[in-house]
Ligand binder design. Structure first.
Ligand code: SF4
Length: 386
């Protein structure tokens, strides 16, 4: 079982951000929110049917929470929930907001992985994205985390940015590699509707790089990171051996998860399934507004906004879609365990056709995308949808 906790506060809103995050450093608002999270945790305790193996505090900017508040939150969560089986405990942090006091507050509860939102190393691009930090803040924050004994550090990057050149991207990769991170997530920019960046692209103030350049940046990330000992284990994720993100692998392998806080999602497997027509899992999402979230909790209600049951056909498709993102692919035995039959029962014709086209391969009992299949991932997945 995985536990996710959402902290929706940021210093300011980045130009490309569509996450549930709000610009606020107001202590009173944060206190109210932390109390609501603790309340939700106590209401949801009974949903934890299995031991918690990973904890992920994301946002937003969790490193913006004052040290005493983050300490109180973790102390109360630990008294509500059993953390004794937690193997990976990640906290997201933004460079420039990490302090020794904040690190001292999270470490006693087992936090052992920090994930920094870095995105680029050029001031010009950081300004364009509306980020609050400079690359010097990244260097300082990473060194501070190491001094406090954090041995697992992730850095998030974005490529395919307006005005970003191939040289900018190479320099960003080399700059972050000079900090010896254990893990790098490198995402191609997806402009989200409603963001200032999307608006600027719509009205022509900014434009995206040529698709060939974006593809070259992706290739450059794969080869540069591989040469530095960070191997690709998922479309956008690279790690040194043993430092793959367990929490994300859990999502991609459909491990049940419980989310606490604004807009957090949860998925719990349906027990006692008798046949292939019973729902596979239930999912829900918490309200995405403070008012909605607080109103439900104040009435002692479980804060759920969107609820849905996932039936076997959709669950099988999700297994294909999520597992093919990983370079280890879709293991036939794992599929059998989840769905009661091997994948060929439902997808045999498509799997072998895509294999014939050089887009999939069957190796070590796992169906995997070939390199060409990874480049054409969306078209490959459409085949399964059809
Ligand atoms: S720091 Fe992250 S969550 Fe906050 S506004 Fe920027 S992108 Fe969004």
């Amino acid at each position: 079982m995985e536990l996710y906790i959402h902290i929706p506060f940021c210093v300011r809103k980045c130009a490309y951000c569509s996450f549930a995050s709000f610009p606020s450093c107001n202590r009173k608002e944060m206190e109210r929110y932390v109390c609501a999270l603790i309340r939700e945790a106590s209401l949801r305790r009974s949903f934890l049917k299995e031991k918690i193996e990973t904890v992920y505090i994301g946002g937003g900017t969790p490193s913006l929470l004052p040290p005493d508040l983050v300490f109180m939150l973790l102390k109360c969560l630990k008294s509500e929930m059993d953390f004794s089986s937690v193997k990976e405990f990640t906290v997201e942090a933004n460079p420039g907001t990490v302090t020794p006091e904040w690190l001292e507050a999270i470490l006693p509860f087992g936090a052992n992985r920090l994930s920094f939102g870095v995105q680029a190393s050029q001031d010009r691009l950081l300004n364009l994205l509306g980020r609050i930090h400079r690359f010097g803040d990244v260097v300082q924050s990473v060194h501070m985390a190491r001094q406090f004994g954090i041995k697992n550090i992730n850095i998030d990057l974005i490529f395919g940015l307006p005005t970003q050149t191939a040289d900018d991207w190479k320099q960003t990769l080399n700059d972050v590699l000079s900090l010896s991170p254990d893990h790098i997530s490198a995402y191609g920019l997806i402009p989200e509707e409603g963001t200032p960046l999307f608006q600027a692209l719509e009205n022509g103030t900014l434009s995206l790089p040529d698709p060939d350049l974006e593809r070259n940046m992706y290739d450059c990330a794969i080869s540069t990171l591989h040469a530095a000992g960070l191997y690709q284990y998922e479309i956008s994720n690279f790690a040194s051996p043993g430092k793959e993100c367990r929490h994300n692998i859990g999502y991609w392998t459909q491990v049940p998860y419980l989310g606490l806080g604004l807009s957090a999602a949860s998925m719990i497997r349906c027990p006692d399934r008798d046949n292939q027509t019973d729902p596979f899992s239930n999912r829900w999402t918490n309200p995405s507004s403070f008012d909605g979230y607080y109103a439900m909790l104040e009435q002692d209600g479980i804060p759920e906004e969107i609820k849905e049951s996932i039936f076997p056909e959709e669950a099988r498709f999700e297994t294909v879609m999520l597992s093919l993102r990983m370079t280890s692919g879709m293991h036939r035995g794992d599929f059998l365990q989840l769905h009661g039959e091997y994948p060929e029962k439902w997808y045999g014709e498509i799997l072998y056709r895509l294999k014939g086209q050089g887009l999939l391969e069957l190796r070590d009992d796992s169906w995997r995308l070939t390199r060409r299949g990874m480049d054409l991932q969306n078209s490959v997945l459409v085949e399964f949808m059809n």
